[in-house]
Design a protein around this ligand. Structure first.
Ligand SMILES: [Zn+2]
Length: 141
């Protein structure tokens, strides 16, 4: 971890890391604040001294929603009103929140989804061929 990663602190870099199955954010070198997705400027102290950090991918569920009418690319995967999928906010053990697709819950029984449930990151491969890519998801432990 001594070698500094030289990539711009952008959403596109964040996505690139996802394709490598890494959950990366930034840490402010001045005040140690963490940001995921990454920020180039610290929201707390306005410093631009940022460094990439890899997150453990462990956390707990902070909020969720069942999506009945989803994005086109989700509908293309067979999700619809009868087969909803879940997205939510996971609070990572490092103390920051991130929104992602949720896995491992029974979509027909949203009441079974518990706030505070332990979650771990899963890099979900979606699409075919050229369109193939990793989507950020968290699965209940
Ligand atoms: Zn800062």
């Amino acid at each position: 971890m001594n070698e500094k990663i030289q990539r711009p602190f952008t959403a596109s870099s964040f996505n690139q890391f996802l394709q490598e199955q890494k959950l990366m954010g930034t840490r402010c070198e001045k005040c140690n604040a963490l940001f995921i997705p990454p920020r180039a400027i610290c929201a707390k102290c306005r410093s631009d001294q940022m460094t990439w950090v890899e997150f453990s991918g462990k956390g707990k569920l902070a909020a969720f929603t069942s999506v009945n009418i989803g994005l086109t690319f989700m509908n293309a995967q067979g999700f619809d009103r009868k087969n909803p999928y879940q997205t939510g906010i996971v609070e990572l053990e490092e103390g920051v929140m991130i929104s992602a697709r949720l896995l491992g819950f029974n979509p027909q029984d949203p009441a079974s989804i518990k706030i505070g449930a332990p979650m771990h990151v899963e890099f979900l491969e979606i699409g075919e061929g050229e369109e193939k890519r990793m989507q950020l998801a968290f699965r209940v432990d």
